[in-house]
Design a protein around this ligand. Sequence first.
Ligand SMILES: [Zn+2]
Ligand SMILES: [Zn+2]
Length: 812
Amino acid sequence: MEPQVPKVYDFKAVESKWQRTWESTGIYRFDREDRTRPTFSIDTPPPYPSGELHVGNALNFVYIDFVARYKRMRGYNVFYPQGWDCHGLPTEVRVEKTTGRRKSEFQPEEFLRLCREFTLKWIEEMRKDLKALGLSIDWSTEYMTMDPDYWRRTQYSFVVMYKKGLIYRAEHPVIWCPRCETAIAEAEVEYVSASKPLYYVKFKVRETGEDLVIATTRPELLPSCVAVLVHPDDARYTRLAGKHAVVPLFEREVPILADESVDPNFGTGVVMVCTYGDKSDVKWQKKYSLPVIISIDEHGVMNENAGVLKGLKVEDARKRIAEELREKDLLVKVESILTTVGTCWRCHTPVEILPKKQWFVRSKELAEKVLEEARKVRWIPDYMNKRLENWVLSLDWDWVISRQRLFATPIPVYYCEDCGAELVVSEDKLPIDPRFDPPPFDRCPKCGSQRLRGESDVMDTWMDSSITAAVHAGWPYAMDERLFPADLQPNGYDIIRTWDYYLILRGVALFGKSQFKEALINGMVRGTDGRMMHKSYGNYVAVREVLEKYGADSFRLWAALAAATGQDVRFSWEGIDYAHRFLVKVWNAARLASTYLTTGRVPRIEELSAAELKPIDHWILGELSRSITSVTKYLEEYSFQQAAQELVEFTWHKLCDHYLEAIKYRLSSGDRAAYSTLYTVLLMVLQMLSVFAPHLADEIYSLIFKDKEGWPSITVSPWPRPPVYDEKAASTGALAVALIAEARRAKHDARIPLSTRVKALHIYAGDKAELVKVLADDLKGTLRIDEVFVHTQGGGQRKVPEFPEISISLEV
Ligand SMILES: [Zn+2]
Ligand SMILES: [Zn+2]
């Protein structure tokens, strides 16, 4: 008899074969017509087309796939869509770099055409990576947020929220990136701690002529100083409240005010209010109706209000004014302090606060309802809800959704040049690009003017991606209610404050509820050195490199085993190698099994009577039964690490090390019970393993089981149910396993090769003697021993660890 499973596990050939087969047979497509099975819908986060999938993205994707594959086997009609979150500044920057020309040197249409072209190219690359990971995506659902069809949906959502009064346009201080030259949302600010000089600057009190020293990290904002604040209980300064301070160099008088929120322990306890240094300035400006003096422009350059600093970049202006102050003896001292600086998450430039006319979502007004909806979501792990809550409570301002960029969804609004009316385009005229398309209005409905101008700002890309769950369900057209809210929203903890927050916020605004029921949160993948993975650290690993060396199944199994759900994962080649060795072990076991299980009919385990099965068969069925119960429970909880550990432990140690070794002699003698048991156990192991290693599972299934079971793929077979076994016989089987293991160690310690025959094994079993006698054949067959003697009296040289009342001796 020849084994049907080839000797070498050629993962490259196996994986690409099954990826092609799954796609061409369409077995992972969501069946819209099927109303018999329950649905399970996944709101797959559409990745940003960077052109390359790194192992961090891949972790998120394989987690999603574990769930999709498991749910499919549990009988769900699984909806696993795939989109691309195309828009964004990084694309604009890369197009500029690749072409060697600035955005301003292109016609906007030409620049946008290039952005689209490059995006398509990068998507093509990443699509290959996703397929190579063996993800069971329904590719017939693929969409791109830069497509007109998606624009229509994003713009539609804008119009609906505008009509509900949840979107408005106003002038308000916004966070501004001078490098990207656009407004950005609070979620896009990254706070970094940095050591900065703290300047102690001399002001004068006008009424008394005395010096008033103020410590600041931003002396270049002196031209924007509009007030000086002290704490009302600060005895050093109470007498000054109500008087005036004179701003040095600029000789402007500003009020000295007492305010509870001043920290008397920072610097000298006196703080200057500038429009705008930070968010506190915005608050104080409003509270005391202070004037607004802007001295920094959109490019991060000082303007005409800055006097001698005009034309200087912020950093240079800071040095320059420090020199001026020092020369005029207005600088008392400079200290170095550790402080946090808000920076743009895309380009890491320190951000400014500028008052700008922008579009906003009324997110503050919706905060309460967002928190309420977030509490109804099942968070995995559950502490992740706290992160969302903390974030929502930390937000100070409404969400600014307009951006001063090109490659994004246009805002569907025109303005009347005469009366200034905002003309929002009606739903039936979408999609529209007001930057290029003529207005869909004859005249201004307010004043009749025909002088209309299209909005040139575009939307934050989160406006595109915060409606994915609804769009996946078909919204706003033929909405499939079975798919909404999505059953699962899977993402990394780094985007809870964006992805999860914006999805819930928009869900509340548009539908009055969260767009998802469960949030599955994954950790980050760190480099082998434990640091976050970054190209600049030299610890970056592209998923393609791993797939090339080990294949998708090894990577997927490693990802499951590497850390608990939600925890960070440290990348490890050793870990991937371990997963690979396990898969080779399974392959070799299957190869052995295929020698016996592919010729002739293997009886179903149900066809055999309990007496036909040996105790060791009951034992392995009992162990399998427990494993299925555990793996099922863990997968229900999305505890992939525990599920995979259980599966590896069972397969490697119980099935391969013990059971297979113990039945080899029975297999070669044509033992029906051994055939049936091995068939059942191996098939059920492969079924469970197909969640993590689908290619290997399907390959072995097709070689040994397919013609008997008939499922087109093991990955769409019904999830295994724990097999029936006899508890009492199973515990006798456990005794056999322990005796075999100890006798083997005895042979090993006596330096006798396992293949060499020995004369006899003496077992001193006390009152277990009758049980042990039943096992004599298994012991003889497995251990190559001529005679087994079971004694009720006396003791042997070695104790059996699991049954210390039993001991053995070898007779060579
Ligand atoms: Zn920036
Ligand atoms: Zn008008």
